[in-house]
Write a protein that binds this ligand. Structure first.
Ligand SMILES: Cc1cc2nc3c(=O)[nH]c(=O)nc-3n(C[C@H](O)[C@H](O)[C@H](O)COP(=O)(O)O)c2cc1C
Length: 144
């Protein structure tokens, strides 16, 4: 059984809601999943046990939230060559989430992790997010 972990930062709950939507989709694909807010995730080394790693941030001043960037810098020296990344982000402007997803991918690039999905939404996820997640994730997961 594939194992996934989702770690996100949130201030007002939007990115948490998106993280939960991604979790629901992964669960429906029979993937075992753990989910953490970054501030509650202590066992940094345990990240290496997971096949799929979801990392999500809100946009803060057109960048990854500072505290989440610091978290990413703690894991971006790991060798994650055989792992798959789902980058996700929220923001109030339409252009922000795709930019933040790309920034997460860039920070994680040196780990060797393979990006399988970038999922963004403006503020809270709406019903449409399910088909976006479906489109991004399912076909890639079945390749693993
Ligand atoms: C300090 C701060 C800075 C923000 N800067 C941006 C920004 O530059 N661009 C943007 O699109 N949204 C910006 N936002 C809006 C948030 O990214 C957006 O509301 C997001 O969905 C919040 O996620 P959260 O509820 O998980 O904290 C900012 C919000 C805060 C609190």
């Amino acid at each position: 059984m594939l194992k996934a972990i989702i770690i996100y930062h949130t201030c007002s709950g939007n990115t948490k809601l998106l993280a939960e939507k991604i979790k629901e989709r992964l669960e429906s694909l029979n993937i075992e999943i753990k989910i953490f807010q970054d501030t509650n995730f202590q066992e940094i080394d345990s990240i290496k046990k997971f096949d799929i790693i979801g990392l999500g941030s809100p946009t803060h001043y057109y960048h990854i939230a500072k505290i989440f960037k610091e978290f990413l810098q703690k894991i971006n020296n790991f060798n994650l060559r055989d792992k798959k990344l789902i980058a996700f982000a929220t923001g109030s402007a339409k252009s922000s989430p795709p930019k933040i997803c790309n920034d997460i991918v860039k920070v994680m690039k040196q780990t060797g992790i393979q990006t399988i999905a970038k999922i963004g939404c403006v503020k809270k996820p709406t019903k449409d997010i399910n088909s976006e997640i479906e489109g991004c994730i399912s076909k890639e997961i079945f390749k693993i």
